[in-house]
Design a protein around this ligand. Structure first.
Ligand SMILES: [Zn+2]
Length: 74
């Protein structure tokens, strides 16, 4: 029995998300993303290679919100 609940091992697919429609792993992509009139470059997101559906992880969403917040605070 291994206790790995609190250990994050890099290089595994533990964090991989599957497209619920296609049951294939999302791949990470970068693109320019505009929100509230602010263009963010090199925004990371996950994209299903099959149906092209895009989604953000909670971490990516947080990163975007932070960048928007920083951009609007100047
Ligand atoms: Zn899909």
């Amino acid at each position: 029995m291994e206790r790995n609940s609190s250990k994050k091992s890099a290089g595994t697919k533990a964090g991989a998300l599957l497209c619920p429609v296609c049951c294939v792993e999302y791949v990470e992509v970068e693109f320019d993303f505009e929100v509230d009139g602010i263009v963010l470059h090199n925004v990371r997101a996950l994209k299903c290679p099959s149906c092209q559906e895009e989604r953000f992880t909670p971490e990516q969403t947080t990163a975007i919100e932070k960048r928007v917040s920083d951009a609007t605070r100047q």
